[in-house]
Design a protein around this ligand. Sequence first.
Ligand code: G6P
Length: 611
Amino acid sequence: MCGIVAYVGQRQAAEIIIKGLKRLEYRGYDSTGIALLNKGLNVYKKKGKVAELESFLKDKNLNSTIGMGHTRWATHGEPNDENAHPHYSATKKLAIIHNGIIENYGSLKQELIRKGHVFESETDTEVFIHFIEDIKENEKCSLDEAVRLALTKVVGAYAIVVMSLEDPNLLIAARKGSPLVIGVGKDEFFMASDATPIIEYTNEVIYLNDQEIAIINNGKLTVKNTANLPLTPYVQTVDLELEAIEKGGYDHFMIKEIFEQPRSIHDCMRGRLDSSTGRLILGGLREYINKLVNADRIVIVACGTSWHAGLVAEYFFEEFCRIPVEVEYASEFRYRNPVIREGDVVIAISQSGETADTLAAIELAKSKGAIIFGVCNVVGSSIPRATHAGAYTHAGPEIGVASTKAFTAQLTVLNMIALSVAHKKGTITEQKYHEMLTEMENIPAKVETALKLNDQIKTIATEFKDSRNFLYLGRGYNFPVALEGALKLKEISYIHAEGYPAAEMKHGPIALIDAEMPVVFIATKDSSYEKVVSNIQEVKARKGRVISVVTEGDTIIPKMSDYVIEVPATIDSLMPLVSVVPLQLLSYHIAVMRGCNVDQPRNLAKSVTVE
Ligand code: G6P
């Protein structure tokens, strides 16, 4: 969480930084700030979003070709002007921006207070820059050496950029646990939490690794590690189009991303799956596929929506591969002493590839000798680099905080992995295998059909926009979809919503049902269809208001539902790819009607880089 941007070159830094911060706002939007060098090291910062900082900057002198900016998701200290970044050092000759958490900041702060330091904010970051300056003064060393020494003493996660009044052509950056990308232009450099603020100017980038320090001084970049060893940075070309990170005529990124799904699912399969030849190859897994084929158990770790994708995967890995699967919240997995045996394979799922808990779970599993596969969307992010093998979802940048197209792309990749393992293992018949490949190729068109329900769903949203609670029920493959539907609604519309396995309703949630309670049933035709029909009757008998997502042509459920949403038929294991679409649309329209900030819901951030 938190986004950082910095620039040094010949252009006006402020313009580049403000534009970059807007692209990184998905990482947090509690406060924003910028530091520029002109007649002093000037810091301007404000509670609120980038737009508020922009109006605050209107009458300021922003003339500077070096600068850095920050958009914050608050961890230490409430979101206010004082706690906003950048933070000054004691003499105000240095400034810092920081994404991450310094865990030992309390003891460092006490030590500095004893030495007479006075702090203006409650943040760990301000302590960090005071500490760096203290080292510089005591050791009488260069700033980059002081940064390096400080990094050997701090505990926690960070991506930082430091600027100095005395070195007007110097930017120092470092990372451990939080992402940092350096854009290499012609006589100019960019730094950012991801590549989106950079690609407009250059597609040559360096992904800084953990424990690395980048020093840009007078137009020259050098990289070393915290052990002071010089390194040769690896410059790579990033393949990202500007239009992919813009709204392209839609009102919000979320709706754009929902409508992109036929394409993103297709892109995810492109070059990997061909039903006419029976070809199914995920290049990144090739070397390790036998580990999965021979696995005694698969443990899936993830958070949020990615965890829901993991739950769906549990069903199809067990169905097709006959391998036992456990799906764990990464945050829980890492704080117990999980049993990992030889023969276990861990799959980590993450859109951003930066989620701190998922990364920590990977490190824990690795330390116990597990083979780790990653399923990630953001190319070059930390998780793909921490795993043994993996497959990208290729959904393109997802900017709306609520995940949509990343979820369906995750399901697509996981389905492909399960099918190739099952085929190799012989736990799926040739006929079923070919049937699955063919149907996977049909999914983008079926999602396209589901998207045509948009207007109908908007009408349903009008009816329910003022509800205070929602229940989402589904069974089998549609149970995780119920969880995902409820999560989407609560995160962007702030309506309380719960997802439940339909049959479990009898063990508690049924007590909540009355004429005020909308119940969304994901009740497509599958092996548990008859049972779900009974569950709907149980809700109707208690006057609940039923919205049912059913398979096209269903004649039974429409008779007992208040509202019916018909989606195209598909194979059970692929149904979540289709049945989740109306739920995404329902939450989107309800949130818009309630006047909520759909792309940036309160208190949330897209990339959760704190534990
Ligand atoms: C945050 C986001 C969710 C996402 C979750 C896991 O909570 O708001 O949309 O599902 O993090 O993120 P990841 O990037 O690991 O999939």
